[in-house]
Design a protein around this ligand. Structure first.
Ligand code: PLP
Length: 380
């Protein structure tokens, strides 16, 4: 089956093979290997030795978004431990909405900034929202909005956040490994968050945050949760070695990520990977337009990670039925939509290339025909 979903993505057989063994996470050699893996991840994130650290947390990306919010954003309840705070979350799509829920349920004060679903976030809007409320300590921003396909710009937004002396939590889960971001250029970032199973093309099971060590020292004790406390994970690493976990880690998934990073290096690094994804996306965009389908985003805004396309304007359209029919042709796409209007989401990331996309486009065309949904091609 060809998976064109926004994670977990297709992986190389070598990556899966790395997980095909029993491993003792508490063994000293294994701890050293995990420690080395974390150094590699910190470097990949443009972090500096002694200034930044990569921290692992078992669980999916949402777990890390919650951990970052708990660790760095002061809450009403723990005011005694430090300053008041709150988090501004621009409503860029479903992943931003999820961050809102995680922050609220962690008891943090959330301010929602209305935002466009079809354009990158406006730095001026962020600036006026932050100026209007000096009590907002953080912005929680999604780098690649996996619900819409729009890439938001941490360079432009980060400059505003730095200027106003606030902090940023950056959900780069569907961006990291392909889109550029370097912690050294972003002293305003408290946590750069990503997972192994998107652009790094490895297996799911844990998530990573790269954080400044001085902030981890400063913010200890805020999390109100042992499980989700990044400052505690950091302290444990100092006490027992950086590869030491507090609880059983998903050790096979960690091992697979090492192999996946070897493959990223062998491919030529992040920029070469991004070029492959851009080529995948160009083939997908052209192909779906060629079938007469209408993209959700104009080409100028379409990011290289995932594409939303409007469903054919046909009374018989049913996403579930379409996905099942397409699956019978060996292609799996996302089976839920994030837009208000009926649409479908197709990923362009993972261990795939243009021929895979062309095969998928052909299968989509055949499925539209099979279900009698082929939209009218636009008049010349
Ligand atoms: C995939 C993703 C996440 C995390 O999803 P999990 O299913 O929890 O791993 C978070 N943010 C974005 C933007 C994502 O694409």
């Amino acid at each position: 089956m060809l998976l064109l979903i926004p994670g977990p993505v297709m992986t190389h057989p070598d990556v899966r093979a790395a997980a095909d063994r029993d491993i003792a996470p508490w063994d000293h050699d294994v701890r050293a290997e995990i420690g080395a893996l974390l150094v590699r991840l910190r470097r990949l994130a443009g972090g500096q030795d002694g200034v930044h650290v990569a921290l692992p947390l078992p669980g999916s990306g949402h777990f890390m978004v919650e951990a970052a919010i708990r660790t760095f954003v002061p809450s009403e309840r723990n005011r005694g431990h430090g300053p008041e705070g709150g988090i501004l979350i621009p409503a860029t799509g479903q992943y931003a909405d999820r961050m809102v829920r995680l922050a609220r349920e962690a008891g943090r004060r959330v301010t929602i900034l209305p935002a466009s679903l079809t354009r990158p976030l406006d730095p001026a809007a962020v600036e006026s929202a932050l100026r209007a409320d000096p009590g907002i300590s953080h912005i929680g921003m999604v780098h690649s909005e996996t619900s819409t396909g729009v890439i938001h710009d941490p360079e432009a937004i980060g400059a505003v956040v730095r200027k106003l002396g606030r902090r940023m939590i950056l959900d780069a889960v569907s961006a990291f490994g392909a889109l550029p971001i370097a912690m050294t250029d972003h002293p305003e970032v408290d946590a750069l968050i990503f997972t192994p199973n998107k652009c790094l093309e490895a297996l799911p099971g844990f998530s990573i945050a790269v954080c400044p060590v001085d902030r981890l020292d400063e913010c200890g004790g805020r999390a109100e949760s042992w499980s989700f406390d990044l400052a505690d994970i950091y302290q444990n690493g100092l006490a027992n070695g950086p590869g030491a976990g507090r609880f059983t880690p998903p050790i096979q998934a960690l091992a697979a990520l090492g192999t996946a990073l070897d493959r990223l290096d062998a491919e030529g690094g992040r920029e070469v990977r991004l070029a492959r994804y851009r080529d995948n996306m160009a083939a997908l965009y052209d192909g779906l337009e060629g079938l007469g389908l209408r993209p959700f985003l104009p080409r100028s805004v379409q990011g290289p990670i995932i594409m939303n396309v409007h469903a054919p304007a046909h009374p018989d359209w049913d996403l579930r039925r379409f996905v099942e029919a397409l699956k019978r042709r060996g292609v799996l796409i996302s089976n839920f939509r994030n837009t208000e209007e009926p649409s479908m989401r197709i990923g362009a990331i993972g261990a795939i290339a243009r021929p895979d996309i062309l095969r998928a486009v052909a299968a989509i065309g055949e499925t539209l025909d099979e279900l009698g949904l082929r939209p009218m091609t636009r008049a010349a």
